[in-house]
Ligand binder design. Structure first.
Ligand code: ZN
Length: 279
């Protein structure tokens, strides 16, 4: 879809699976399984959605890089990842070679968002996109480096430490405009240093949520993943941002929904996702 000077496409790196109870926090299973059926291991399947943003000035931006090629067989089994990562094929289908990418934005550094940042080349781990800088919040970088017993399972240092060593990490201190009309905004909730992406042109806004609002099933305010480190801040962020998304008619894409664009509608106090037909 077109937003001002930018052509924006959403695609999936593939499917992964997480525990459904963890995904829906305090919501009882009889409620969440109606919208998201669980597999025999109680896991729910989700896409790892990425965005490709391009303009005529040859900016080529990739938002999120999926789970990447470095996971062990055990990790793939645990996360129900059955197919190879689709990131590079999806980019190739759209005529994008890794050398063409000028900027990568990770909403945060969990493995399902930053795994494709790097790949293993013999003994070394190197940048997948050699010409790109990788934009991440400094707070997220610091928390990823200092992962604790609760957060360690989500952070895999090979996804980001080699980029820092190679001088490719662009550490951001809060909100900023990375390209004309392409904004990142820090939202505490899922982690301290999570950022969302908003592309704005004239009266159009496209918003890419991040994991405090991973899919349309999390639109009800109390449906908050147990993974979120600051659930009450997730609640307040949802309250504020969903009201804005409705009032300003933002086009929205989610990190873990089927890759597609839509609008948030509000009726009888409930938020609803209305998919846009033409993209
Ligand atoms: Zn995620």
């Amino acid at each position: 879809m077109r937003i001002g000077a930018y052509e924006v496409q959403a695609f999936s790196d593939g499917i992964f699976r997480l525990d459904g109870g963890s995904m829906f926090g305090v919501v009882p299973k009889p409620l969440w399984e109606k919208v998201k059926p669980a597999d025999p291991l109680n896991r729910v399947a989700m896409d790892m959605t990425c965005l490709l943003i391009r303009d005529r000035a040859r900016h080529v931006v990739v938002v999120e890089t999926g789970a990447g090629p470095k996971l062990t067989d055990k990790q793939k089994r645990n996360f129900g990842i059955e197919d190879p990562p689709a990131l590079l094929d999806e980019l190739a289908k759209r005529g994008v070679h890794p050398d063409d990418v000028t900027l990568v934005i990770n909403t945060h550094l969990h493995f399902d968002h930053a795994g494709g940042n790097t790949y293993r080349d013999d003994e070394r781990v190197v940048a997948t996109f050699p010409r790109a800088s990788y934009a991440v919040q400094r707070l997220e970088w610091q928390d990823a480096l200092a992962a604790n017993e609760r957060t360690r399972g989500s952070y895999l240092p090979d996804d980001y430490a080699p980029l820092e060593a190679a001088g490719k990490l662009e550490l951001l201190d809060g909100d900023g405009e990375l390209l004309p009309g392409v904004f990142v905004e820090q939202v505490r909730g899922h982690t301290r240093g999570t950022q969302t992406v908003r592309i704005k042109a004239a009266d159009q806004t496209l918003w890419f949520s991040s994991d405090f609002l991973p899919d349309r099933h999390h639109l009800p305010l109390p449906w908050i993943p147990a993974f979120d480190l600051f659930p009450l801040e997730t609640l307040e962020a949802k309250r504020t941002l969903l009201a804005r998304a409705v009032a300003e008619r933002w086009t929205v894409a989610f990190t873990h929904d089927v890759p597609r664009f839509g609008r948030i509608e509000q009726a009888e106090g409930r938020y609803r996702f209305e998919e846009l037909a033409a993209q």
